[in-house]
Design a protein around this ligand. Structure first.
Ligand code: DAH
Length: 352
């Protein structure tokens, strides 16, 4: 019997030597000191032994049991220590390593400039009015006093979407934000047709022209349209408002000048220049030696346009203006090629 116990002990200890994981430890425990292990069967069989054998075998079995339990405890500790050492080794954290930079998104330069324009106009009392990008010829041209034969209405200059069966009123992508003037006037006038309310809006958005793409012209670009309609609005209001706008945009000392121009929907019409902020008016490559930068077109709303909008031109007057945020961003950041704007090159976009 004592040989058998020695065998049991030896087999158990040999098996324990090979144990290196927590799972194997549990399996070993069940197999060698668990309830149905050979050792426990010896204890179970003690009752069948003679009076003399019983204490001898009992003591020997106890000794083996104590020895195996102690060996198990020791092995358990060794396995745990090894696991801990391994995880410390593997998960070493070097707190001196520099962090990985998380790339941050940012606003597109057009959006930045567009918002700057709208912020200023909002401070000056202009409400943002958004109008549709897909327009009818009627709104984009006819109601704005463009004659039917006007060159801007040629197929080569506009993106027409649907022309068939629409006669003189095809559907196109707006070539300018000016049709928003009519949309706004008609909407405002509808609220009180006898006494249409005054209007002061800024209407931003994308415009499209069927052009050859070059460094200076794109087929899509943003515009911001301004419109003020009311009683007793004069050209002096236009000049005052736009001069104030230029100062808020380009600095309190920005000088401006108005040059006569022509647009079908305004009369008189003008172009506003701001003194070149790069050279201070001395003349440089940005202002092409003129000392001035063209910033926007403007004018007094043409009586026909007021009428088309539901405002009686005998009682109401108004001024309008239109400008391009991309052009302003180009001047501001000295961007030399307009194609960068929609080129989606993050090396360009990341600079703003
Ligand atoms: N719509 C004109 C264009 O795209 C810009 C413009 C000029 C708008 C004069 C206006 C204005 O409101 O009064 O070239």
């Amino acid at each position: 019997m004592s040989d058998q116990l020695n065998d049991i002990e030896k087999a158990a200890l040999d098996a324990l030597d090979a144990v290196t994981s927590e799972d194997a430890l549990q399996a070993w425990k069940t197999a060698y000191i668990g309830r149905s292990s050979p050792l426990m069967l010896v204890f179970a069989g003690l009752g069948k032994l003679s009076k003399e054998e019983k204490p001898v075998v009992g003591q020997a079995a106890n000794r083996v049991k104590v020895a195996l339990e102690a060996a198990f405890e020791e092995r358990t500790k060794a396995v745990k220590d090894a696991a801990l050492a391994k995880s410390l080794e593997e998960e070493q954290l070097d707190v001196t390593l520099p962090g990985r930079p998380a790339p941050r998104g940012r606003l597109h330069p057009s959006t930045v400039q567009l918002r700057r324009v709208l912020d200023i106009l909002a401070e000056m009392g202009f409400q943002v009015y958004t109008s549709r990008e897909v327009e009818t010829d009627e709104y984009n041209f006819q109601l704005l006093n463009f004659p039917l034969h006007h060159p801007a209405r040629e197929m080569q200059d506009s993106f027409y979407i649907e022309a068939e069966g629409r006669g003189d009123n095809p559907i196109l992508l707006r070539t300018q934000t000016s049709p928003g003037q009519l949309r706004a006037m008609r909407e405002y006038a509808a609220t009180n047709p006898q006494n249409p309310p005054p209007i002061r809006i800024a209407s931003p958005g994308m415009c499209y022209r069927y052009e050859q793409i070059t460094a200076r012209s794109e087929i899509q670009f943003n515009q911001v349209e301004g419109l003020a309609v009311g009683e007793n609005i004069t050209f002096a209001d236009l000049k005052g408002t736009l001069t104030d706008f230029a100062r808020r945009m380009f600095g309190q000392h920005a000088r401006v000048r108005f040059r006569a121009d022509h647009f079908p929907f305004t009369e008189p019409s003008a172009e506003m220049d701001v003194e070149c902020f790069v050279c201070g008016g001395k003349g440089c490559s940005v202002c092409r030696r003129s000392g001035w930068l063209e910033i926007l077109g403007c004018g007094m709303v043409h009586p026909n346009v007021l009428m088309n909008g539901g405002y009686d031109p005998k009682r109401y007057t108004g001024f309008a203006f239109g400008m391009g945020p991309e052009r302003q961003a180009m001047l501001r950041y000295r961007i030399e090629d307009i194609r960068y704007f929609w080129g989606n090159d993050v090396r360009f976009l990341g600079q703003f």
